[in-house]
Design a protein around this ligand. Structure first.
Ligand SMILES: Nc1ncnc2c1ncn2[C@@H]1O[C@H](COP(=O)(O)OP(=O)(O)OP(=O)(O)O)[C@@H](O)[C@H]1O
Length: 215
């Protein structure tokens, strides 16, 4: 079954010089355990699409379903994990606390310690567990935000440019985690400009003129 289904998604924005229609009827689906990339030129609407798919933004028309259920107004982290381009780490929490937050909010406190240690270790930032986001680099924050997105083992993971700004070893760690997360049953959708991400994906989609095409 498709874990993530978007149908007929449209979204436009009003600007002083007129309205732009960014999404013009996007249909897509991602199955459990599948890694799918979305490419497209800068400004083509990848982030706008992800915002609609995870419920951060409402489409003008169309529907989103996670495992056959309409997307909740505020989806649980265990349903939909998100790595937004802006990261959105809680500044008043340490990296470890940020990563453990989805588990705490899901009432799974017993899993927090081991899962946080596992993810921070895998992403090479275990030594930064007790630092606050403003005390580490952007790339380190980005990996913490990815760890937070996957910590509750969500049904769907949406990762917007997860390898931007990372060095070679960090890219390899992120790609390994994306693949492993899919291997554990999560449907993974990744917006990327990066060939290395396409190489580990099962399929590639492209956003062209507000619609989805096979890449
Ligand atoms: N909240 C908003 N208000 C107005 N315009 C917006 C808003 N969000 C996105 N846009 C516009 O929608 C278009 C698509 O933006 P989006 O950020 O989705 O592109 P993208 O494909 O993710 O680009 P990049 O690869 O550079 O991250 C752009 O023209 C942008 O200016």
């Amino acid at each position: 079954m498709s874990a993530l289904v978007g149908m007929g998604l449209t979204r436009g924005f009003d600007h002083p010089d007129g309205r732009i229609e960014v999404l013009r009827g996007v249909d897509l689906s991602v199955a459990s355990a599948e890694v799918v990339t979305v490419s497209g030129r800068s400004g083509s609407g990848k982030s706008a699409l992800f915002a609609v798919l995870c419920g951060f933004d409402k489409p003008d028309a169309g529907t989103v379903a996670v495992c056959g259920e309409p997307l909740a107004e505020v989806p649980a982290w265990a349903d939909c994990g998100v790595l937004p381009q802006a990261l959105g780490l809680a500044q008043e929490l340490t990296l470890a606390e940020n990563v453990g937050l989805p588990l705490r909010l899901s009432g799974r406190r017993a899993e927090v310690r081991d899962r946080v240690a596992e993810l921070l270790g895998e992403l090479g930032i275990a030594g930064l567990a007790d630092r606050y986001p403003q005390e580490v680099s952007y790339g380190q924050q980005q990996r913490a935000a990815l760890a937070r997105a996957v910590s509750a083992r969500p049904k769907v993971l949406l990762a917007d440019e997860p390898t931007a700004h990372l060095d070679h070893d960090s890219v390899a760690a992120v790609l390994g985690l994306l693949r492993r997360t899919a291997g554990e049953g999560t449907a993974v959708l990744v917006a990327t400009h990066h060939d290395a991400v396409h190489d580990i994906a099962d399929r590639g989609l492209a956003l062209v003129d507000g619609r989805i095409a096979v890449a």
